[in-house]
Design a protein around this ligand. Structure first.
Ligand code: CAA
Length: 241
């Protein structure tokens, strides 16, 4: 049996592609999801990957959920913090709720999950933590003060933790996708997509979820043992960090 990998938001979109890529690499994968029972059940039926429902923004739920995954599958060696949401609005229309929901999921969720696997990884003297940030955490984005702040925060978190994990055999890295062809794009008005976003992508297309999953699978592999604290940008040349 391969390593145990836990992927948050792992039953849909980029997360589903990551779960499948890690499974293809021989891992035993568990995927968390927040709400969509139907999609999660279909994903398990299709892949055999176990799904678990909890809110990554809730520390105690993460603690209990992770304990359950460990009881079912064994200690977690690979954590992929993929769960993320948008609540886009120009800042003058952004509400405290828009701010809090995004920070709770995209930034505090990364703390809540990582904190609850960190002790086990330190004991095992091995671990891989990969967090999905975003091009918009690197460059900023109109109508995303909340999202950009959360995703930039993930990068700072990762750099700090990489220093702490280094001597314990734990690597901590970021993948920063550009605009990827998933459901998240459906919140962007067609006019904005065609007239503002697509013309800014030098390769002339959206990315595919598999293209992000392959970056994550590499960072999670033994081959990537000397890479830590890094940000891998996969954005079709839209932003050269
Ligand atoms: N860049 C530049 N201008 C933008 C823009 C963008 N990305 N998005 C919207 N605008 C402009 C619109 O064209 C419009 O301009 P005009 O008034 O000249 O027509 C104006 O902003 C809209 O202003 P409103 O006050 O009317 O905005 P609204 O309250 O109706 O909100 C919106 C609309 C929520 C901003 C909506 O346009 C939207 O969702 N835009 C997309 C924002 C975006 O790019 N988000 C990234 C999502 S992808 C992602 O998050 C994944 C990832 O990691 C890459």
């Amino acid at each position: 049996m391969g390593r145990v990998a836990l992927v948050t938001g792992g039953s849909r979109g980029i997360g589903a592609a990551i779960s499948k890529a890690l499974q293809a690499d021989g891992c035993t994968v568990a995927a968390t999801y927040a709400g969509n029972d139907e999609k999660a059940a279909a994903f398990t039926a299709e892949t055999g990957i176990k799904t678990y429902k909890w809110n990554v923004g809730d520390y105690e739920a993460c603690k209990a959920g992770i304990a359950q995954v460990v009881a079912d599958l064994g200690p977690i060696q690979i954590l992929v913090n993929n769960a993320g949401i948008t609540r886009d609005a120009p800042f003058h229309k952004m509400t405290p709720e828009h701010w809090k929901e995004v920070i709770d999921t995209n930034l505090s969720g990364v703390f809540n999950m990582t904190h609850n696997v960190w002790g086990g990884m330190r004991e095992a003297k091995f671990g891989r933590v990969v967090t999905i940030s975003s091009i918009n955490g690197q460059k900023g984005q109109f109508a995303q003060a909340n999202y950009a702040a959360s995703k930039a925060g993930d990068i700072g978190f990762t750099k700090a933790l990489a220093l702490e994990g280094a001597r314990a055999g734990i690597t901590v890295n970021i993948v920063a996708p550009g605009y990827i062809n998933t459901e998240m794009m459906s919140t962007i008005p067609e006019k904005v997509m065609n007239e503002v976003i697509l013309p800014q992508i030098p390769v002339g297309r959206l990315g595919e979820a598999d293209e992000i999953a392959r970056c994550v699978a590499f960072l999670a592999s033994d081959d990537a043992g000397f890479i830590t604290g890094s940000t891998v940008s996969a954005n079709g040349g839209q932003y050269l960090a």
